[in-house]
Design a binder for this molecule. Sequence first.
Ligand SMILES: [Zn+2]
Length: 181
Amino acid sequence: MTAQPHDPELERIRAALATVHDPEIPALSVVDLGIVRAITRAGDGTPVVRLTPTYTGCPVAALIEWAVRRALDAAGFAHARIETVLSPPWSTADITEEGRRRLREAGIAPPVEREDEEGFFCEDPAVPCPRCGSQDTEKVSEFGATACKALWRCRSCREPFEYFKCVPRLRLRRGAETPAG
Ligand SMILES: [Zn+2]
């Protein structure tokens, strides 16, 4: 995310956005999730929040934008504008380091990014257990509590855990954003 140097109002907007949590992954704010691409100012000085939607088919995108609008209004930024940015598309690689730390704290294994995978979600990589760090894990079910997560189990500590599935960047809007080559 790009931030402009020392603009107190934009900093307060950023703080307000840090309180907006993903409905499906409550451990993550929209900032942690990496869907806030920029907090900036338009030519006329109006604060602008640039949001990028998460993966197609996840019905929460509209809900997230609504929650961002509500948080901005509640924090006194009713004049701030929300713009949708479609390119580059969001991927799980955009989840911040802080976001990955929060996921592990919540017992959810953060996505393991891999290049050049076929299919909508990356194929299953070795997913380290978020509790004990063991690589001796196995997938139990493709879908956990939400479609974005799979259910895994650790053979070392014997605890089940959720894995936030990798969403590769170039497969999000097939046809709409075909990369050259
Ligand atoms: Zn474990």
